[in-house]
Write a protein of this length. Sequence first.
Lengths: 302, 402
Amino acid sequence: MSILISKDTRFIVQGITGREAINLTRENLDYGSKIVGGVTPGRAGRDVYGVPVYDCVRDIVKAHGAVDGSIVCVPPRFTQDAVFEALENEVKLIVVVTENVPRREVAQMVELAELRGARIIGPNCLGMISPDEAKMGGIGGPAANTRQAYTPGNIGVMSRSGGMTTEIASTLTNAGLGQSTAVSIGGDAIIGSSYAELMPLFEADPDTKAIAIYSEPGGRMEAELADWIRTNKSRLPVVAFMAGRFMDEMQGMRFGHAGTIVEGVEDTTAEKIKRMEAAGISVAERIEEIPELLRKRLAEVN
Amino acid sequence: MRFYEYEAKALFARHGLPMGASRVVESAAAAREAFDAIGGPCVLKGQVLSGGRMKAGAVKFADTADEAAAHFDAIMPVEVKGQKSRSVLVESKSEIVQEYFAAVTWDGRAKRPVLVFSDMGGIDIEEVAETHPDHVSKTHFSSILPLSPRVAKEAIGATGVTGSDLNRLTPIIFELMQLFLRYDLTLAEINPIGKLADGRFIVLDGHIDLEAEARGIHKELLDELGIGDDETRQARPPTEFEIAGARVNAVDHRGVAGNVVEFDGNLGLVIGAGGGSLTLFDAVRKHGGKPANYCEIGGNPSVSKARELTKLILGKPGVERIAVMMNVVSNTRVDIVARGVVSGCIESGKDPAEAIAIFRIPGAWEDEGFKILEKYGVEYCDRSVSMYEAAGRAVAKMGAGS
C-alpha cells in the first residue's frame, strides 16, 4: 500500500514536449508509471517516447477516458491556465513542477482545486513516488538512480525540498528502512498540500508506520503539522530534520526556496523546533540521525 | 521586494487613495522649496526600507522652511538599522483625531488573502492583538471570486467601528484589497490611516511588498516608479560579489548556478540545491568552518555556468579553497558539475586537487563525474559519506592548510 499513487495510476503530462518534461516522461515510463497522453498546444499528433501528444486535456480524455492525474511542467506564466485546464477536465491529482509562479496564481489554483474536490502537489516540487509501484514527477531522476535511492517499506517521507526528499530516502534505504510513499511537497510559500494535509492519508495507510520530514525556515507549515498531530492524536511517530538554522539571525534575507525567509519569530528554526518537539516530533540535527531516531520511536510504539 | 514609502504612496495615488500633499526631495534646498509649495507645517521622513524611523531620528516635524532644510541635513546621515535614507519625503502635517491600521497579506496556512484591521493604528499591531484582541479583526477572502466591499465593511465593523466612519473607511480598505491582488503584492499595509477633525480619512504611511516572482508581470509599474531590475530590495543591498553572481546565473537559461550571498570566511562553497544548500551551510558552520559565500546550483546547470560560478568564488579575496557539495541529485548531472568546477579551477590558475577541498555530489551520472575528478586528483565521495561528514572533511582541510 501507499498514498496518492500506485502502479494503476493513469496520468498525463502537460507541457510534455519541453526539455524537462521529455526527461521526466522517459524516467517515469522507465520506472513503470502509466502515462496515457501529453499536452502541448499545436503539437497534436506527435509522440514523446510513445506517449501521444494532444492539443488539450479534453482531447486526451475523449480518446483515452478519464485520467487520474497530471504533471504540469509548463513555464510559470502558463502554469495557472494549465492547472485550471486539468481541473476543469476532472483531473483530481495535479503535480505542479514549475517554479516561480506568483502566490496569487497559486492561491487561485488551490482555491479552484478545493471547489473541484481535487488535490494539488507543489508548485516547485519534484512530485512523488511509491517505490516499486510508480512515480509521478522528476523525483529520484533516471529509473536506475531512483531504484538506488528509493526502496519499498514503511516510512512516509514529506519534504519542502525536492533534492532533500531523495537524500533522506537514500539515507533510509542505506539504513535498511524502506518508504511507503515519498512526497516532494514543494518549496513555495503557498502550496497545494502541506504536511498536515497529507498526514490523514498516511494515517489511513496501513503500510505507513512512521514519518520523516524535511523542514526549513519560513511559513507556518511546521506549526500546522504540530497542531494536527496533537489534535488528532496521530498513531505515527514523526522525525523531522530542520535545515537553515543559520537563517535565524538573518531576518529578511531570502535563501533557498521562495517560501524560505525569516520575517518574524514564528519563521525561525528555533521556534519551529520548539513547537514540533512540544507535539512529540523528534527533531534531528543531521540527516544521518533520522534512521536511528525512527527506529527508536518505532520501538516505543510496539 | 519592498517599496519605499514614496513609491507605495505613488501606487496609492494612482488608485485615488486620499493622502496629504507631498514631495520627494534630495537636497536641503529642495526641502525648503517643497515646504513652501505645500504651505504649512510639514513632516519630513527619511526614505529607508527598514522600520523604526521615528526612533532612529529619521522623522522630523518642521514649522518653517528653514527648519525643513535643517531637518533634511539632519535626517540624511542617520542610519536606520544600518541603512541611510536615499531621499526625504516632505508631506503636509495633518491634525489627526484617531489612527487606524489595515493590512492585506497572504495566509499560507489558509492559502487565502487575509485582511487585518484595527481601530488602534500607529502602534505595533501584534501588541494590539495581544492586549486588545477585540480591536483587531482578521478576515480571509477568496482570491477567485469577484472582490466585494462587504468584506472590508465586515472587517471594519468587527472592531466596533460604525456610523459614517464605517462608510468612509470601507472604500479605502476595499481599494487596498484590490491593489493587493492586482499587483501581486505580498503585503499591502496602511499604518496609520488617520481620521481628520472634519471626519475625513487619509493615508499617513504605507508599506508595500511586491512578490519577486511577479516582477516580470508588473514591469510597467516598476519602470514608472524607477525601480531597476538590479534592485533586489532585500534586508540589505546586494554586494558587488552578489551582483556578479546574479550575472553568472543570467548567462544562459539552463539550470541554476547563482543565488549567491556574500559572507566573510575563507571556504568558498559551490553547493546545492535549495534545501541542500541550507543543510550544507549549517553543516559547515557546525564544524567551525567559515563560509565565504552561500550559493545554489541545481536544475542541471550548463558546464559554463558551473565554471563561471567556480571562478567567481575562487577569485573572491580571502578564499583559500572551495567545497563542492550537494544532496543526492536527480536532474542535475554529476559529470556536468564536475567538468564545470574542474575547468573553473584551471581557468583560475589553480590545481583542482588543491583548490577543491571535497566534492560530494552523488546521483545521476556519478560514475562519469567521479572519473573526471580522479583524473585531476580531486578528493570526492559518494552517498555513503553524509552531507554533514563531507562538510567536516572540507573544514578539516582548511585547518591543515592555514
